[in-house]
Design a protein. Structure first.
Length: 95
């Protein structure tokens, strides 16, 4: 198992649009091979951002998703509401 954590920085004034469109976008992500679940929410501090956590069976599943048309559609829902590129990291949970 590999956990992806993406921090999505949202433009001032775009939070409402981002939230409604991201809710639709995650439905695409949920149906991807290797996606075992996800959760997301608004970061408390320091800046306006949202955090997405995805449980992938293996990191290759995430990399494969990034090469698909679904990935382009996924990002198309909310990309114009971001103030900068997302920060993405992966980690393997400890026992």
């Amino acid at each position: 198992m590999v956990i992806e954590i993406a921090t999505l920085f949202v433009k001032n004034g775009a939070e409402g649009h981002f939230t409604s469109e991201f809710t639709e976008a995650v439905e695409i992500l949920k149906r991807q091979p290797g996606c075992n679940g996800l959760r997301w929410g608004k970061r408390v501090e320091p800046d306006l951002a949202f955090v997405l956590e995805v449980d992938w069976a293996q990191i290759e599943d995430h990399f494969h998703f990034r090469e698909t048309e679904d990935y382009k559609t996924f990002g198309g829902y909310f990309r114009n509401h971001l103030s900068k590129a997302p920060e993405v990291v992966h980690f393997q949970p400890g026992s």
